[in-house]
Design a protein around this ligand. Sequence first.
Ligand code: GLU
Length: 299
Amino acid sequence: MSSTPIIGRYAPTPSGPLHFGSLVSALASYCQAKSQQGLWLMRIEDVDTPRVVDGSTGQILNQLEALGFEWDGEIIYQSDQFERYEATLRQLLEQGNAYYCQCSRRILRQAKARSGPLGLIYPGTCRSKQLDSFNHSIRINTESSGITHYQDLLFGQVKINIPEQIGDFVIHRADNIYAYHLAVVMDDELQGINQVVRGADLLEATCVHLYLQQLLGFKPPEYLHIPLVRNANGDKLSKQTGATALDTSQATSLLIEAMHFLGQSVEQGLDQGTASEIVAQAVRSWDYRRIPVPKGDLY
Ligand code: GLU
């Protein structure tokens, strides 16, 4: 066993209550940290303030408690971190790794920008324009990004050519919102996270996170992405696709369902236990290698 303590985290976006997909992520990240005697920290990802729904942070924390989860230490809020994000934007601009960009999505579509796993691939139009800050977004110059792949604990090797498949990505939006990619990298560093467990919808975005960590001199955590929970139409369960809020009066059956989804062994009679007892058993018998990885179209 490694001598460095494992520090994992759960990082919900307070845009509504938790649904079954969020429970699967919470359980996987909790079990992965606790089965290695690690810490499980909590971070509220409220960086995109217009998406925040009043009251949902409290609702999420209550749901997690009712489901038998206990987090360690103080809760971090991204909305308290804006000064740090700002200082890092300055640093990246001064280092010449970031630049201002005046292109809107509409301009990019008109320019027939290709689409990649993270959306439109920016063709680098503003890279050498030396624009000022007025109403402009800030992008990372990925021209010389050397990262081509990384090793995910469950999915294995993930290959991405950043300049080809992702392009110069936004770290600060023209409407003055810090991008998730910047915030997540800054906050995983702040909280000392060394193992990230989260949904496979971020499998490719992780390459962008690794590049930012390299530019900022941060040690990358280990990554374990878990398969997405999908609805009957095959869409990722999310607030946008109409996922229903977890009904915590059904905590035991929901937890057992999540354990089954994650391919974990469920002892007979476990459904008679309390939520905390089920979570404790899930930790004791946890083995991430049992999580079924979908074949074919992975994400
Ligand atoms: N805030 C993201 C979500 O709620 C999680 C991102 C992450 O774990 O890095 O889906």
